[in-house]
Design a protein around this ligand. Structure first.
Ligand code: SF4
Length: 180
């Protein structure tokens, strides 16, 4: 049987969802002979590969690099999972929307609160440009499965992975679709 090709992506989030993924502990050992992690912050892959079976996408869409990466991921992935409340709703990352958009926040942080050499960081290809409004993942690409939680508890992540490995529909229900 072919091994499941799993990816995880880190957009505008605190990495707490990835920490919860690592909290799967010995389950990660249990599935090690059934799964290849082909792209993730926890492995050393530089390029998002073709033919990915499942991708867990943590974080909201906050800059232009996120937009580009999401379209790239969607075209190469069978099942995209919106992973955690920031991905599902914008959550913490989207608080900046209430403050007046990207430019207002950048000016406040880097100019008004900066020292005498203050400047907004910039650099093509180095510092991704912020999008004006932070959005959830499904507002940019089609999402197949919603995995909420801040972060999602490890048993909830396990539920999705086990369903995929067993060829079942990984859609969550009941307590497993609670936020927070
Ligand atoms: Fe962090 Fe919570 Fe957002 Fe996950 S959902 S990236 S844990 S703030």
């Amino acid at each position: 049987m072919a091994r499941l090709r799993l990816a995880t992506l880190w957009l505008g989030g605190c990495s707490g969802c990835h920490m919860s993924f690592l909290d799967l502990d010995e389950f990660l050992i249990d599935i090690a002979d059934k799964v290849d992690v082909v792209y993730s912050p926890v492995v050393d892959a530089k390029e998002y590969p073709d033919n990915v079976d499942v991708a867990l996408v943590e974080g909201a869409v906050a800059n232009e690099e996120h937009l580009e990466m999401l379209h790239h991921l969607r075209s190469r992935t069978k099942t995209v999972v919106s992973f955690g409340d920031c991905a599902v709703t914008g959550n913490v990352t989207a608080i900046r929307n209430m403050l007046g958009g990207a430019e207002v926040v950048l000016n406040r942080v880097y100019l008004e609160n900066g020292d005498q050499f203050s400047q907004v960081p910039e650099g093509d290809g180095i510092v991704p440009k912020l999008v004006d409004r932070v959005t959830p993942v499904h507002s940019i690409i089609h999402v197949d499965v919603y995995l909420p939680g801040c972060p999602p508890p490890a048993p909830r992540i396990k539920e999705v992975l086990v369903a995929v490995l067993e060829g079942r529909d990984p859609t969550l229900h009941g307590e497993n679709i609670r936020f927070g």
